[in-house]
Design a protein around this ligand. Sequence first.
Ligand code: H2P
Ligand code: PLP
Length: 834
Amino acid sequence: VEASIPEPQRKAWLAHQTSGFKDKDGFETEVVRHVETTLARSMYNCDEQAAYSACSLAFRDRLILEWNRTQQRQTFADSKRVYYLSLEFLMGRALDNAMLNIGQKDVAKAGLAELGFRIEDVIEQEHDAALGNGGLGRLAACFLDSLASLNYSAWGYGLRYRYGIFKQEIIDGYQVEVPDYWLDFNPWEFPRHDVTVDIQFYGHVTKRTDDNGKTIATWEGGEIVKAVAYDVPIPGYATPSTNNLRLWSSKAASGEFDFQKFNSGDYENSVADQQRAETISAVLYPNDNLDRGKELRLKQQYFWVAASLYDIVRRFKKSRRAWKEFPDQVAIQLNDTHPTLAVVELQRILVDLEGLDWEEAWNIVTNTFGYTNHTVLPEALEKWSVPLFQHLLPRHLQLIYDINLFFLQSVERKFPKDREMLARVSIIEESQPKMVRMAHLAIVGSHKVNGVAELHSDLIKTTIFKDFVEVFGPDKFTNVTNGITPRRWLHQANPRLSELISSKTGSQNFLKDLTELAKIEHYKDDKAFRKEWAEIKYANKVRLAKHIKKTTGVDVNPSALFDVQVKRIHEYKRQQMNIFGVIHRYLTLKSLSPEERKKFQPRVSIFGGKAAPGYWMAKQIIHLINAVGAVVNNDKDIGDLLKVIFLEDYNVSKAEMIIPASDLSEHISTAGTEASGTSNMKFVLNGGLIIGTCDGANIEITREIGEQNIFLFGNLAEDVEDIRHNHTYGSYTVDPDLVKVFEAIEKGTFGEPNDFMGMISAVRDHGDFYLVSDDFHSYIETQELVDKAYRDQEGWITKSIESVARMGFFSSDRCINEYAEGIWNIEPLAVKDQ
Ligand code: H2P
Ligand code: PLP
């Protein structure tokens, strides 16, 4: 790298490489410098917000030097890069993570203390970067951490939404959505006004034949929007590698408003173009596991994909290699079907712009892409109407038809005369209007398709993608079980537990190789170790209890069993079953004498999660939880025996506080519906036990930690279809305990019963699609087993320690290494410590 710096600049460059702080005093100097110059404030009026900003800038300066070096190292190595395309990156806060990954949190803590600040308060000032809905976006964020920590040459590509996922307020028990404007001051992004791409929409296609008789298609007219790059540095843990997340922001191509219109008094329209262009990256769609088919969403997808591919292709071209080497240099992973247009866009670049033959281009395309599926829910599978495509992206629609034609011809050769097979696998659905099936396009355009946990990967092969297994053979389909980064989800979220573990494993190396956790199992009978283990959990619960008091006004006893379900609110995740179970518990307690009640295990049922704004049933569930809380928490008969809490605005930074404080967490989806789940892994890694169904990664967690350490219940995925069939055609009765719960609601115990009738009739009158009634008895019984197990505190601690010790498999490092080997064919880049 050094040798590549021109002579006149080298001396200054070398001096600069050693700048930045090295110790506490250096750190303080940097903070003061940023307060006084960058922020233009004085130390006399430096509040916590200013301290946060200056501290972040001091760390950012360090990161950016490493970021530059990393990019240069990767360019010089000229080896294969992986590009992770995700419409969501649920990053959370950056400062704490940067301090820990760089290994300078202690220095910052001491420095801030000398300047009169508590580091915790400074960290709290940061606004979450919440550019995602839930698990899918958070997975992408964990992957970025692992890619950098493992020294892979990797870039993330996403959209820079001006508004991330909405902030949730609970007012009178109802969810209210408030815009999340998070960009006021964001020291973690670098605008790259020099990196812009023109993106075309609408217009028309003309075709002509060239001298060699080849058809040349040209996409003309329409409108142009500018994509501007914003770069976010991603620090690896205990390595200098600092990767890049590039987020695109939309801007009007002219960049200016229409002065003529302005002068002639047409004020509103004078800025219309600009506003229309900026709308593209304005807001994250707040739906999880649901496809709504809105035009603006398709615009977002193409805008982001086209800008990213332009960037990727430009980088490849600098190497002056032949096109056929593209897949040796570039791997692109499609996070769900959202970026599937990239398949078509690359084909367009190669055929229309670079003049390659169709076959050669298509070989390059399919060897470049991999596709990850995250759900089998039919309502989540993306489809776009053909007329919409025709209007917005006319050339892409033609290419899709061509791709489909060649694909169907190959299918026909393999399955002659099987018309139905052709109709089933076709990329075009012959409906009214016709639809483009994005998952089919993603499968046809990729060399590997993976699910995110074993059961899920099996299910996609036997259900939604069954025909494609016959067409392409089974090898195209594979599994990569999700993982989580132990840096954020153990070391950062639970520093005391991390420290206790390192005192027994002998180093912090378990944060790089999570299988080293196994070593702590030797200490499971060690008295002092167990005592500290329990104390840490208790302290985390005290911290959460304080937060509950502050935000809801309710006192909860930290000695009670903390039972937590935090995740997006969705019928398939079955928060309704949980709250029905809570009501059942309440009714049981009310029916007992005060003496009998005392034998009951006190519990705090904690819920959190956002409902998509248009998802009526999910909002009703939130309302019922709050309504039940209002009654139970004020019932003198009940006292500390049961509390029901809804925590407002669940997000990554709240997750970091809530997860370490749980005794029991709930992962109770209808079997076969939750592809994997990742919070299940986070809870167990923090010493909490799980109550769950045999679904998603719960199954593999059970295999790793042992059946004795998890509370499984409910019907199995393989039986769900038959049970549903029986609901419709056989005899169907609601579970008797659940009937009593419904009666209590209908009597008005929790306020106006009509407010909750949707939830009741879904189970009672509309076929109980999610099997709430079928699983209810087993759920209640298993909760009783939990109470019993919790009363044996020593037994519980043993389960907790054993579980953590056996969680090594669930690191996102393992997961990323599997992608690298099995899908991307890429190796880490050696980094000499500098
Ligand atoms: C989804 C799946 C989860 C999975 C996650 C990451 C879409 O997340 O439903 O089962 O763990 O992707 O693969 P979520 O439900 O939180 O939106
Ligand atoms: N939302 C947030 C804020 C999270 O941090 C996580 C995972 O940790 C999720 C959603 C995903 O949760 P689950 O896997 O339970 O659906």
